[in-house]
Write a protein of this length. Structure first.
Lengths: 669, 377
């Protein structure tokens, strides 16, 4: 019995030990599975548990003007970020944070919702650019605010406010579309990116490399120590072609001129315009103003919906860069091209004479000169000097619309100038019979040739295109790529990219042609429509050449143009001024160019005072009326023109997709 | 005779236990040294406490080796009585920690009677079973069941579900090794499982009350799907799994655990100390630790088989069953293949009562081993 019991026990002990070994095999294989097969994964998870990554935002690159003056920079501010998991557990902390930051709990939760999807265990910025006193309060209450951190970060700073805002642009939080495009470059939700202007054009250069600090945290996300840190690298700096002084003057003078017009003339709606100053010898843009402007600082931090709405619904479209995206009928400023076309095509002689009776007819339609009684006998130079419509009409008739359009295109109308600036410039428009047949299946009316020859009809040009035309006239036919940036340099001064002068194309012009046109343009200033604006200007020292233009506008006041360059004998600067609803080019726009030339050439301003300007204005009003522009004669003509406007408006919109496109309804001069 | 006794000790067993104790102290230090919330700024606090328990345990062990394990009937009754008394006392005067009244605060020391209860039940049950002539019918088993029920019920009243499970495991292993009819035992276990299943099924379909509280069930079942409640019941399971896994093959190195030190893994010096150990020592360490436990269990079984008489044999079996279940359950729950029940890893987990009771148990094993040869007496 005992023996049997002992045997039974040994047997059972064997079974038991088998079981035990099985248990240990199970435990060991589980250990193997967890540590070897799933080991790397778990290691990553433990690492994720243990560490928090804090991005240290790198400041964007600065902008400097051509003399090295700081235009755009960054200042250090504070951002409040939270670890969503920590704050969500603690409604009291959430409420306290909301109170301190002046945000509702719902707003905070919304921000967390929006951004927590993509990344785990990352602090999510709740409020940018928090003022120092709030920062102090948050730091004091940090025991009651688990998972809330205050970090220093660089804020984009535009110390000059609205100054040159269209070319500088602004930055804002990246949106989904931009993120998709830029993700491969390491962009992430919450990043600030350039949204417009140079900020957007050179985004990838301006953006620095963020630093990363990896901190060890405990379960309640309290940072314990820094495990790793990589320093940030600031973005590259832009060296602009812009001349701070000249840009300053351009903005001030344009503004003052508009105020002066509003106060002293019937042109109460002179509230918007554009100025561009460009060096015709290399394409450097020294000043570029589009008015009204906006303050890019508004977009730093977060712009309030109300302010944004106000900017967006402003009928003057402050976000539109009129220099590159305003399509205008160039009116009389186009006339030099007509003259060049006729001379180059050898349709006329240099000394050919014309006769202006003040009116001409094609069938029943009439075409008038600005001067009702006519200019009488006119040479080509005189035609240009006096802006005689009939001379131009005759030239147009002689060469035909195809050739006219060909020269307009040759001079850049209908294509972009090559300026590298966001948003992209519009191409403008130039039509000819072929184009009209193709696009709208209509025949070309002979009258339309006359319109085209005086810069009206199927023609739209941007101020920068006009500046390119006048640069080419000034420099002998060369089209330089207009530039806003000469260099991009790293913080250490290393040259990253250089933008040397670049001739995009050259138009071969006979010296005689150039000579005649230049002579004509110079005479505009000395004896023609711009002579009052330049009264007292030392033209003997700095000869100026230019052309006024006045475009009548259905339901609006006239648009005033002036395109010019100086010194006429060896041009250094081209200035184009456009003032919407400013009235006459000679009154509204030419004085602006004059003052800018004075500023540029450091001349003592002799007509800067109000009195003189008044006098100039009065003189113009007295002697130059009837106006530079003529009214269409018949109601038939007006109807036709209105229809044409509709067509043109659509045409101008077509190449641009964005709704911000600015288009100017214009009639013919 | 003393010298012969010493000569007859199982030194491998003793050595393994001492190595385990040292590993335990080191791991406790690593897990608690940086946790100022519980160590009051003294990184050595838990190690010191544990070390004192080790010393007491070793002295007790030595004493237990010296005294013949074959005690009088009176002594057995006394052990049983004192055990019940302590378990009753803990229900009335116990301190509640984590929802269970398991601790008796003696002012200078917090005693966990259920840890000693295991040993007490093993000793008295072994004595009882060794006196049983027959264990072949259900009727024969009424007295062992009656023997185990009072302490088991008292433990469940705390409630300490984990320890109760240990009791059940020990009970059946001892019954089995005592020679209970295999089929009978199997039917009982099967009936038990069916019964428990029935209770849950009935709860599920007819909403009948369960003997467990909701949170206990959650804790028990969280290992099956920890992601159902990753921040609550599933947290420990996931974090322990991460800790073990992140050790990979070679481990992060001594004192390099992050899961425990930074507070992601709670109870890292008690229930989840295995995870901390595996995080620092990797698969190599885990393999060695499990091997040490296997040796411990193997030696216990060997002692049981070679014991001079039935009672000693059953005591050794009970102790072996206790170690086995503790290791299986604790290591298993650290790797989320067993439900979370707060039972410690022998010789490793921080906890004085457990350490002492386990060292006393080893004392008994050595006692039984040293006296296996008739010649001695």
């Amino acid at each position: 019995m005992k023996e049997q019991a002992l045997r039974s026990m040994e047997r059972r002990a064997k079974i038991l030990s088998t079981l035990i070994i099985l248990i240990f095999l199970v435990l060991l294989s589980r250990l193997w599975y967890l540590q070897i097969i799933r080991g790397e994964e778990s290691y990553a998870l433990s690492r994720q548990n243990q560490t928090r990554q804090i991005r240290i935002s790198a400041p964007r690159g600065n902008f400097y003007d051509r003399s090295g003056r700081t235009i755009v920079t960054s200042r250090m501010s504070h951002v409040v970020s939270v670890m969503p998991e920590d704050i969500k557990k603690d409604p009291q902390a959430m409420a306290l944070l909301g109170r301190l930051l002046d945000l509702s709990v719902e707003e905070i939760e919304k921000k967390l919702e929006e951004k927590s999807g993509s990344v785990k265990d990352q602090y999510i910025p709740i409020k940018y650019d928090v003022d120092p006193s709030t920062v102090g309060k948050i730091l004091e209450a940090n025991l009651d605010l688990p998972g809330v951190v205050v970090e220093k970060y660089p804020v984009r700073n535009y110390p000059l406010g609205e100054w040159a805002s269209h070319l500088i642009g602004y930055i804002g939080e990246i949106n989904e579309k931009e993120l998709e495009e830029l993700r491969h470059l390491g962009y992430r939700l919450g990043d600030q990116v350039g949204k417009m202007g140079l900020e957007k054009t050179y985004e990838t250069y301006l953006r620095g490399t963020d630093g990363i600090r990896i901190v060890e945290v405990n379960r309640v996300s309290e940072p314990l120590k820094v495990l790793e840190e990589s320093r940030y690298l600031p973005g590259n700096n832009l060296y602009l072609t812009i001349d701070y002084q000249l840009q300053n003057e351009a903005e001030r003078i344009l503004r003052e001129q508009m105020l002066w017009l509003q106060k002293n003339t019937d042109y109460k709606n002179a509230r918007s315009g554009a100025v561009i100053a460009i060096n015709p010898q290399n394409g450097e843009i020294l000043a570029m103003v589009s008015y009204p402007e906006f303050d890019p600082n508004l977009f730093v931090g977060s712009i309030s919906g109300q302010e944004m709405q106000k900017l967006l619904t402003n009928p003057l479209h402050p976000f539109t860069n009129r220099v590159t995206r305003g399509g205008f009928m160039p009116a009389s400023t186009f006339k030099p091209v007509t003259v060049i076309a006729a001379l180059e095509e050898e349709a006329v002689d240099l000394n050919q004479e014309f006769y202006c009776s003040g009116i001409t007819k094609i069938g029943n339609a009439t075409f008038r000169c600005d001067k009702r009684e006519g200019h009488g006998r006119q040479t080509l130079v005189e035609g240009l000097q006096n802006s005689c419509n009939l001379v131009m009409a005759e030239l147009g008739r002689k060469i035909g619309p195809e050739k006219l359009a060909k020269y307009a295109r040759m001079f850049g109308i209908g294509s972009t100038t090559g300026l590298n600036l966001n948003p992209e410039e519009i191409t403008g428009l130039i039509g000819d019979p072929n184009w009209k047949r193709k696009t709208r299946n209509q025949i070309w009316f002979p009258m339309e040739t006359l319109h085209l020859s005086v810069g009206q009809g199927y023609i739209l040009a941007t101020p920068i295109q006009l500046a390119q035309i006048y640069s080419a006239i000034a420099n002998g036919g060369k089209f330089y790529r207009p530039r806003l940036v000469t260099q991009i340099r790293s913080v250490t001064g290393k040259k990253i990219k250089e933008f040397p002068p670049e001739v995009i194309k050259t138009v071969d012009l006979k010296p005689s042609t150039l000579g005649l046109v230049r002579e004509g343009l110079q005479r505009v200033v000395t004896q023609g429509s711009a002579r009052y604006a330049f009264a007292g200007f030392p033209l003997n020292k700095i000869p100026v050449a230019g052309k006024t233009g006045t475009a009548q506008n259905q339901g609006k006041d006239n648009f005033a143009f002036f395109a010019s360059y100086a010194p006429a004998d060896h041009p250094e600067l081209v200035i184009v001024v456009v003032m919407e609803e400013g009235g006459y080019g000679s009154v509204a726009s030419a004085p602006i160019a004059r003052k800018l030339f004075e500023a540029y050439f450091n001349l003592q301003s002799s007509s800067g005072t109000k009195g003189q300007q008044d006098k100039a204005g009065a003189a113009e009003a007295g002697s130059e009326l009837p106006p530079v522009a003529s009214l269409p004669a018949s109601t038939q003509e007006i109807k036709e023109l209105m229809k044409m406007q509709e067509i043109l408006r659509e045409e101008a919109r077509a190449p641009e997709k964005e709704s911000t496109t600015h288009f100017h309804k214009q009639d013919l001069t | 005779m003393e010298r012969r006794l010493v000569k007859n000790l199982d030194f491998l067993l003793l050595g393994v236990v001492l190595v385990l104790v040292v590993i335990g102290l080191l791991t406790i230090f690593s897990a608690t040294r940086a946790n100022t919330a519980i160590n009051n700024g003294n990184p050595y606090l838990f190690v010191e406490k544990q070390f004192i328990s080790v010393l007491i345990g070793l002295v007790g062990m030595a004493l237990l080796i010296g005294v013949d394990y074959r005690l009088s009937d009176l002594a057995y009754r006394l052990i049983y009585g004192v055990n019940i008394l302590l378990l009753v006392a803990v229900i009335f005067f116990g301190t509640e920690v984590n929802g269970a009244k398991s601790w008796l605060n003696l002012g200078f020391y917090s005693l966990q009677p259920s840890e000693f209860a295991k040993l007490a039940v093993i000793l008295t049950l072994a004595k009882h079973l060794s006196e049983k002539e027959k264990l072949s019918s259900l009727w024969d088993l009424w007295s062992p069941f009656l023997h185990i029920f009072p302490p088991l019920i008292l433990i469940l009243l705390q409630p300490d579900f984990g320890t109760a499970l240990v009791f059940v495991f020990i009970f059946f292993v001892m019954l089995y090794m005592a020679g209970t009819n295999g089929r009978l035992l199997f039917s009982i276990i099967l009936t038990g499982i069916l019964l428990i299943t029935l209770i849950f099924v009935s709860h599920h379909f007819f909403d009948t009350p369960l003997p467990l509280k909701d949170y206990q069930i959650k804790r028990l079942t969280s290992f099956i799907n920890p992601d159902a409640d990753p921040r609550g019941a599933g947290w420990n399971v996931n974090q322990a799994k991460i800790a073990v896994g992140s050790g990979r093959f070679f481990g992060k190195g001594l004192f390099q655990n992050t899961q425990g030190r930074l507070g992601f893994l709670p109870e890292n010096h008690t229930d989840f100390i295995f995870a901390v150990f595996c995080e620092e020592w990797g698969f190599i360490g885990g393999f060695i630790l499990l091997s040490l436990f296997l040796i411990l269990i193997w030696r216990s079984l060997r002692i049981a088989v070679q014991a001079k008489e039935r009672c000693g044999s059953l005591i050794a079996i009970g102790i072996m069953a206790m170690f086995t279940f503790h290791v299986l359950e604790n290591v298993g729950m650290n790797m989320s293949i067993m439900p979370i029940t707060g039972i410690p890893l022998p010789f490793i987990s921080s906890g004085g009562s457990s350490m002492m009771a386990n060292l006393f148990a080893v004392g008994y094993l050595e006692n039984i081993w040293a006296r296996r040869q008739k010649i001695l007496f």
